[in-house]
Design a protein around this ligand. Structure first.
Ligand SMILES: Nc1ncnc2c1ncn2[C@@H]1O[C@H](COP(=O)(O)OP(=O)(O)OP(=O)(O)O)[C@@H](O)[C@H]1O
Ligand SMILES: [Mg+2]
Length: 381
């Protein structure tokens, strides 16, 4: 089984949750947060709203009518800025959105454990066991590392502070150590989730002699902070290249979690979640798409879906058909998946063998024999 968050506004009780979230962000005086929530409500109209179209319109008009609004401090103290440019060093998201996160049971189990620890913090502290304060998230691009940080922050009802180490290290190397220290101090000053994104950036340039002194200092600053990070906040470091990290650095985290490209059931869960938003895509098409997206990472699947969605609107077709057509265009293999796809295109999209052949870039006899094999498989021969 795979888990998805149940916090979607589409789910029953969505309207109530939206109102509560709005109050929470509004009372904190965070204009940007309210606007962000409003655009999320337009994207994902809550269950309980009768006329989605006029709801979107009204929300849109309300946002437009609002004045510029001022950014408020979220955590105690002033947001640290780069000294020369006054550019904020850290991105603050008061209401991060991790809806629809799908991970393996193992990964989701670990995240749930982190949440349970926080619910039972008193028990753990009393027993002297302590909570998970720091997490190292590894995995290839597009598997959901940043999204996992958003999901955790959202589940813990904490703001998410993001520091992109690659940009800090590349643009202000001379003062990086100081800048990073000021962000870490700021994040420690109030409960929040701090994401150190592109964490390997501090390891990457080790070979470059001119930078080595400064980078060593940065690594030391962070290692010291990891050891004394307060359990009121959660520090998450994300990296695509865990092998670049010092093994010593890796071991300093309370938990280390590796995210992998989605297996078939997770690909299906992602597609199911996306389809639930819009409806109208049948289970068979979703199952076929889940099979044919083998090898894709989660972000590829979401992108593919968005493409199909846009095309379905422009072409007056259905998302399911656009999804299958797009997959046919990029199908490299000639296995059972392709056979079934061709069969589905003929039967459900009403396409001729020639049309399928042109779309998939194969000859039409190939299409004919693929379809024949799919029919034989279907009939259990
Ligand atoms: N596990 C997942 N479940 C559902 N959607 C996902 C998942 N992973 C990624 N996505 C989709 O892809 C988008 C990009 O993912 P995200 O930025 O979290 O990946 P990442 O692992 O941080 O990649 P990178 O290494 O490039 O930073 C997300 O906003 C989401 O739409
Ligand atoms: Mg990321």
């Amino acid at each position: 089984m795979t888990a998805t968050t149940n916090r979607s506004y589409h789910a029953p009780g969505g309207l109530e949750r939206a109102v509560i979230d709005l109050i929470r962000v509004g009372t904190q005086g965070h204009g940007a947060g309210v606007r962000q929530l409003a655009s999320r409500l337009m994207r994902s109209v809550p269950a309980g709203v009768e006329d989605a179209e006029s709801f979107r319109d009204a929300v849109h008009r309300a946002i437009a009518a609002g004045s510029g609004g001022t950014e408020l401090r979220y955590v105690a103290g002033t947001v640290p800025t780069e000294s020369d440019t006054a550019h904020p060093l850290v991105d603050i998201d008061p209401l991060p959105d991790g809806d629809g996160l799908v991970l393996s049971d193992e990964a989701m189990g670990q995240l749930t454990e982190v949440l349970t620890e926080r619910q039972r913090a008193d028990d753990l502290r009393r027993a002297g066991a302590g909570l998970t304060r720091t997490i190292l998230l590894s995995g290839p691009p597009g598997v959901g590392k940043t999204m996992t940080a958003r999901w955790l922050a959202r589940s813990l009802r904490l703001p998410l502070l993001t520091l992109d180490l690659s940009s800090v290290v590349s643009s202000y190397l001379g003062s990086s150590g100081r800048n990073i220290k000021s962000v870490l101090d700021y994040a420690k000053s109030g409960p929040c989730v701090l994401l150190l994104d592109e964490f390997d950036a501090i390891a990457k340039r080790r070979d470059d002699d001119s930078d080595i002194g400064e980078l060593k200092r940065i690594v030391n600053v962070i290692l010291v902070e990891l050891d004394r990070w307060p359990d009121t906040s959660l520090l998450i470091a994300a990296t695509n290249h865990p092998h670049l990290l010092d093994t010593a650095a890796g071991r300093r985290f309370d938990r280390s979690l590796t995210l992998s490209p989605p297996a078939r059931e997770q690909r299906l869960a992602i597609l199911d979640y996306l389809a639930a938003d819009l409806g109208g895509v049948d289970d068979e098409t979703l199952a076929l798409a889940a099979e044919l997206t083998s090898g894709m990472v989660s972000s590829d699947i979401v992108r593919l879906w968005s493409l199909a969605h846009r095309r379905s609107i422009l072409n007056g077709s259905t998302i399911g058909n656009e999804l299958l057509s797009e997959l046919a265009r990029h199908l490299g293999d000639s296995g059972a998946g392709r056979n079934r796809l061709f069969l589905a295109m003929r039967d459900r999209l009403d396409m001729s063998n020639r049309q399928i052949a042109a779309l998939a870039g194969v000859s039409h006899p190939t299409v004919a024999s693929s379809i024949k094999r799919a029919e034989e498989d279907r009939n259990g021969r």
